[in-house]
Design a binder for this molecule. Sequence first.
Ligand SMILES: [Fe+2]
Ligand SMILES: [Fe+2]
Length: 400
Amino acid sequence: MRILVVDESPDARRTFFEALAGGPDETKWAVVPDESRALERLGREPFDVIIVDLGAPGVNAPRLLEAAMRLDPQMVRVVVSDGSDEKRVLPSIKAAHQCLTKPYDPLEFQAVLARAGSIHDLLADRRLADLVAGIDTLPSLPAQYMRLMEEVQSETSSLERVGQIVSEDIGMAATVLKLVNSSFFGLRQEVSGLVQAVTLLGLDIICALAISHHLFSTFDQRRVPGFSFDGLWRHSLVTGGFARKIALQARQDKSAVDRAFIAGLLHDAGKLVLGSTVTDRYNEVLRIVHDENRLVSQVESQVLGTTHAQVGAYLTGLWGLDDTVVEALAYHHRPSACPRQEFGPLAAVHVANILEHELCVIHPDYARPELDAAFLARTSLQDKVNRWRDLYRQVVESRA
Ligand SMILES: [Fe+2]
Ligand SMILES: [Fe+2]
């Protein structure tokens, strides 16, 4: 992996030495102090990751990131901020995939590199790489998500500020209130304040909602007429809520229960990305699914060479979501192919997704995906499936 760092501080060099010590040998990195030298270097050799310090003098970060994006849309773009200048952060993060905060934390830095590395592994699948290379620009991380992450990571973070950020987008605020009052979370009292909603749902779920809200609200339904937009939103929410219940029943801890919900909410997000980036070919996918009653993922493989599962995993990996969430997205149709086989968000989402398709039939003549029998046998989950069917009915019947 080749990394270009645009930062003139001595702190930067030390951090990279520390972070890369003991790392893979094939990692190569270059540090340049300003924008013109960065552009010169980018013009001379290819890089997989660019890291730009927003505070470096002589660097117009939004302009540099745009230039990097035009040069190679697949380059992982990371911004570094010390959190002091929000005005400068906002325009830059529109073109960034990940955000680091200063002072540099070698562990955080290593995590960013590891994520960039796993993105590379995913791209080792030639067909996904070809598709991604054909997309002009990969969707960048929603600005609201970046602001939420900054708030969460800042030392002075407060739930009031998070509530404030959520309230600035009316659609997002409505989604949060609707969700917290739905039966998925089983609260007895009506919640009407955003701060209380944020407290009850937790920051991880709020951040995931910001991502899904962004993908849904920027999707142009008119360009993909065969796409059941409302159906997908409903299916995503129910799968998330149902996966959460399954994880609760399997006595998973709070964080795993939240990740099951998040993975369920985002499991089909790749469909939105494909529909808005390779629109003509995706319309063709939907036509074949409709005319020949075939599975969406099967036709996606045939027409596009990859599936919404891989694309969703690729993007959420790029955006730095938890590994177990990325894994759940990647393998949600065929969990037996996943190297990790213990119970986790993947198992919950796989079962929730299949039972949701089985029990809520929107198109009776469409082919429906099936449970992965090999996976259920290996994880001894077969006898639980009937219990989960009942659980699903409870979730859906009591839904607000
Ligand atoms: Fe799917
Ligand atoms: Fe699904």
